[in-house]
Design a binder for this molecule. Structure first.
Ligand code: 13P
Ligand code: SF4
Length: 303
């Protein structure tokens, strides 16, 4: 991305002038992730880092629920998202009213929400989780049954790792649900030595073919430690690009699927965001306290 150097330079300069930091998810394009981000990571790492930010402004390079999480965890900071339309099919699959109906249907059953939910939903649940800690969070509740929302595939994955009975919602990630076990088998048939790693938002037949399943950060750590010769990363495309930039000796085989929401964030709108201080993320004070409690309860869990 040498052609982008002037914009990268302008963003990094303006960032200092504004006393801003850029938090970027692992699915951000390399020119953002490696070019302008101060902190990169998976959803859990970004949430933890958001609590520590001392700068005045956080520019969230990710999707809207991530910016809301940063605002919940560090409410005195100005949190900007370069494009408010950066949504998520999981967050869009459930509302606060849906959670209240679930509680009526399953009285007394605790509710775990994946962080890929709106602040409105987080305000209605007992605790949040990410794909890094979902099993640990479910088991921390010491309950025989847990409502787990909104990702039905992550719910199935968690159910396979615990004795707790999981009651799932019907949401899915539009990026990960498109992978199939058949396409993975084709890669393995073509080269039996290939290593396949997959995100737990994938359907069960995909995970059954994978050598390793984990959050985006756990996948990256796996590659750093194992250094496979040839690798298929079953997740969003920019992950493979970012890992390849760090570990050029690992040959990345496609497939991958792009997340259209993550890709709404560009160098151009990051620069615009720093220039205009838009769009600022705000959370209805009537629900911010309850939503914050759900996220903080997750962060405060001891490893
Ligand atoms: P993690 O980075 O927490 O694994 O989440 C993946 C994802 O899809 C975020 O949108
Ligand atoms: Fe949502 Fe899936 Fe995109 Fe992540 S990759 S933001 S879960 S749609």
């Amino acid at each position: 991305w040498p052609l982008m150097a002037p914009t990268i330079h302008a963003i990094n300069q303006l960032k200092r002038e504004r006393n801003a930091v850029i938090l970027a998810h692992n699915y951000q394009a390399p020119e953002i992730f490696h070019g302008v981000a101060d902190i990169g990571g998976d959803s859990l790492q970004l949430a933890v880092e958001a609590t520590k930010v001392k700068a005045d402004i956080i520019v969230q390079c990710g999707v809207h629920f991530m910016a809301e999480t940063s605002k919940l965890l560090n409410p005195d900071k100005t949190v900007l998202i370069p494009d408010t339309r950066a949504g998520c099919s999981l967050a869009a699959s459930i509302t606060g009213a849906d959670v209240r109906l679930l509680r009526e249907k399953f009285p007394g059953v605790p509710v775990v929400a994946y962080v890929n939910t709106s602040a409105e939903v987080k305000a209605e649940v007992d605790i949040c989780c990410t794909s890094s800690n979902a099993v640990q969070v479910v088991e921390s509740l010491n309950a025989p049954r847990v409502i787990f929302l909104p990702d039905r595939y992550l719910a199935t994955y968690v159910a396979s790792k615990t004795d707790v009975k999981i009651i799932a919602w019907k949401g899915a990630c539009e990026v990960h649900e498109r992978f199939t076990g058949e396409e993975l088998r084709a890669f393995r048939d073509a080269d039996p030595s290939v290593q396949i790693i997959a995100h737990p938002e994938c359907p069960p037949d995909v995970l059954a073919e994978a050598d390793f399943t984990g959050s985006t950060a756990h996948m990256i750590n796996w590659v750093r430690e194992r250094r496979p010769k040839r690798l298929v990363m079953i997740t969003e495309c920019s992950m493979a690009d970012n890992v390849r930039a760090e570990l050029p000796d690992v040959e990345m085989l496609r497939p991958c699927n792009l997340c259209p929401h993550m890709k709404r964030i560009t160098l151009a709108n990051i620069l615009e965001s720093l220039l205009t201080l838009g769009e600022e993320v705000t959370i209805d004070p009537a629900l911010a306290g309850r939503a914050r409690r759900s996220v903080e309860r997750m962060i405060n869990l001891k490893n």
